[in-house]
Design a binder for this molecule. Structure first.
Ligand code: AMP
Ligand code: ZN
Length: 468
C-alpha cells in the first residue's frame, strides 16, 4: 500500500510500526460553533482511510481530538456570559451528531484538550529540562532553533523564516529570545479559563495539545498523523519539534494532508457570505450525498463545492442505491436457490472488480477511481442479473457491492418507507384471515407491520394504524 507522505513528498510504501496494527491521529475541530462543510472533509477522508485499513484486517487505533480551549471559545463564552465549557460541550455534542449523519465512525478515543492539561504541563517541563523551552513572565516558549529538524515537514528553511520575522523583533512586540519561538503555555488574562502550573495560572498553546494527546493515547511514535493541509505549517511542524525534542524518537512515520474545500471556486469565509455548516447543508441534501461527493475527488486536491456538482454526485449515488435495491427485489423473487456453474464464472468478474477497487485504494487512497469501479460493477449487475438467477448468486453480487460501499462509508441499506396503500392492503388481508379464523396469519401480518414501524389498533370503528 502506498501513501503520499508530506514528510518525504512522495508516495511511500506503508509499513506499520507493529504488524497488523495502525496508530492514527487526526487533528480535530476547535469547538466554538457548528462544524463547517470544510471541517467535514478531513473527517470523511480519514474515516475512509481507517475503514480501508480495517477492511484489510488491520487493528486501527484511531484518535481524534476536540480542541476545547481556544481564543474563539473564550470569546464566545465571555460574550454570552457563560463558562467556556458550556460552549465547548454543546458544540462537541453537535459535532458528534453531524459526524454520525456523515457516517463518520466514532474514534477509538476522542480526547479533549481540557482533560489533558497535566500531560501538557509534564511535556512542557521536560522540554524546559532538556533545554528546548524557557519561561518569561508566565509564558513558556519553545526554542525553535534548538530543534535541528525544524522545517522538515513544511520544507521551510529556518533562515528564511527568520528573515520574515525580523520586523517583529525590531518592534519588540514580545519577550521571545528569538522571533521564531512559539508559545507552549500562556498566562491567564482576566476572565479567562485557566489552570495552575509551575509557571503560574494559565493555559496551554494549541500545538502542545496534539503532541500530548497523541503520546498519551498512541505512544511516542505513531504510524499516521493527519489533518487539513493548512495545518502543515505551523501546527504540524511545531508538533514534530515538540514531540521529537521531548520524546527523543521520530514522531509520525506518515503525514497525510487533505486539500481544501472551496465554494463556487472561492475560499469559504464568513465575511464573503459563502460559509456553510454541515447542519445547513444537511437541510438541503442527504449528508450521505455529501460524503459521496467528497470521495469522488482525490483527497489531496482542492475540491469545489457547488450545487451542480453535488447534484451530479446525487445522481451517481442514486444509481448505485437503485441497483442495490433492484438486486434485493430480484433476490426476493428468485426461484432458484443454488449457484450454477455459469453464475460462478460471472462472479469471477466481480472478484476482479473487487481487486481493482483494492488496487485503487492502495494507490494513496484513490477513492475517485474506487468509485468508478463500483459504477462498473453496477453496470454489469444491471445488465446481467435477473430473477432467473439463483438466490446465492444474487446475494453474492449484492454482497460485493455492499462491502465496497461500506469501505467508503456509503450505506446501501435504505429503509424504504412502507406506503399507506400497502398498509391498507395488509390490514384488509388481516381482517379476511381473522374472519376465516386463520389467527396465525393475522398475527403474522400484525408483526410484519410492527417491524416496519406500523402500529395497529383494533377499535370499535374498525382497524386504525399509526407510524411508531
Ligand atoms: P479547525 O477547527 O479550523 O482547526 O479545523 C479542523 C480541521 O478541518 C483541520 O484538519 C483543518 O485543516 C480542516 N479544514 C478547515 N477548513 C477546511 C476546508 N475549507 N477544507 C478542508 N479542510 C478544512
Ligand atoms: Zn493537531
Amino acid at each position: 500500500m502506498k501513501i503520499y507522505n508530506t514528510l518525504t513528498r512522495q508516495k511511500d510504501e506503508f509499513k506499520p510500526l507493529e504488524e497488523g496494527k495502525v496508530s492514527m491521529y487526526v487533528c480535530g475541530p476547535t469547538v466554538y460553533d457548528y462544524i463547517h462543510i470544510g471541517n467535514a472533509r478531513p473527517m470523511i477522508v480519514f474515516d475512509t482511510v481507517r475503514r480501508y485499513f480495517e477492511y484489510k484486517g488491520y487493528d486501527v487505533n484511531f484518535v481524534s481530538n476536540f480542541t476545547d480551549v481556544d481564543d474563539k471559545i473564550i470569546k464566545k463564552a465571555i460574550e454570552g456570559g457563560i463558562d467556556a465549557s458550556v460552549v465547548s460541550e454543546k458544540f462537541i455534542e453537535e459535532a458528534k451528531k453531524d459526524m454520525t449523519a456523515l457516517n463518520v465512525r466514532e474514534a477509538t478515543k476522542h480526547p479533549k484538550a481540557t482533560e489533558e492539561i497535566d500531560g501538557m504541563i509534564e511535556m512542557i517541563s521536560t522540554l524546559i529540562e532538556k533545554g528546548h523551552a524557557y519561561e518569561k513572565n508566565g509564558t513558556v516558549y519553545f526554542k525553535t532553533r534548538s530543534f535541528e529538524g525544524y522545517g522538515k515537514l513544511s520544507k521551510k528553511n529556518i533562515d528564511d523564516l527568520e528573515a520574515g520575522h525580523r520586523d517583529i523583533k525590531v518592534a519588540g512586540a514580545d519577550e521571545k529570545e528569538d522571533p521564531l519561538d512559539f508559545v507552549l503555555w500562556k498566562p491567564k488574562k482576566e476572565g479567562e479559563i485557566s489552570w495552575s502550573s509551575p509557571w503560574g495560572e494559565g493555559r496551554p498553546g494549541w500545538h502542545i495539545e496534539c503532541s500530548v494527546m497523541s503520546k498519551k493515547y498512541l505512544g511516542d511514535q505513531i504510524d499516521i498523523h493527519a489533518g487539513g493541509e493548512d495545518l502543515i505549517f505551523p501546527h504540524h511542524e511545531n508538533e514534530i519539534a515538540q514531540s521529537e525534542a521531548a520524546n527523543g524518537v521520530e514522531f509520525a512515520r506518515y503525514w497525510m494532508h487533505n486539500g481544501f474545500l472551496n465554494i463556487d471556486n472561492q475560499k469559504m469565509s464568513k465575511s464573503k457570505g459563502n460559509f456553510f455548516t454541515v447542519r445547513e447543508i444537511g437541510e438541503k441534501y442527504p449528508l450521505q450525498v455529501i460524503r459521496f461527493f467528497m470521495l469522488s475527488s482525490h483527497y489531496r486536491g482542492p475540491i469545489n463545492f457547488s450545487e451542480e456538482l453535488v447534484m451530479a454526485a446525487k445522481t451517481g449515488l442514486d444509481r448505485i442505491l437503485t441497483a442495490v435495491s433492484n438486486l434485493e427485489y430480484l433476490y426476493d423473487n428468485a426461484k432458484l436457490e443454488n449457484i450454477t456453474d455459469e453464475e460462478k464464472a460471472t462472479l469471477e468478474e466481480f472478484v476482479e472488480f473487487s481487486n481493482r477497487f483494492d488496487t485503487a485504494m492502495e494507490d494513496d487512497f484513490n477513492t475517485a477511481d474506487a468509485i468508478s469501479i463500483v459504477f462498473e460493477m453496477v453496470r454489469v449487475a444491471n445488465a446481467k442479473v435477473t430473477s432467473d438467477n439463483s438466490k446465492e448468486f444474487i446475494e453474492s453480487v449484492k454482497g460485493t457491492i455492499d462491502v465496497l460501499c461500506d469501505v467508503l462509508g456509503i450505506e446501501t441499506k435504505v429503509e424504504k418507507e412502507i406506503l399507506a396503500e400497502d398498509i391498507e392492503r395488509l390490514i384488509e388481508e388481516r381482517q379476511a384471515a381473522r374472519k376465516e379464523k386463520n389467527f396465525a396469519r393475522a398475527d403474522e401480518i400484525r408483526n410484519e407491520l410492527l417491524e416496519k414501524g406500523i402500529i395497529l389498533e383494533d377499535t370499535r370503528e374498525g382497524v386504525k394504524w399509526k407510524r411508531a
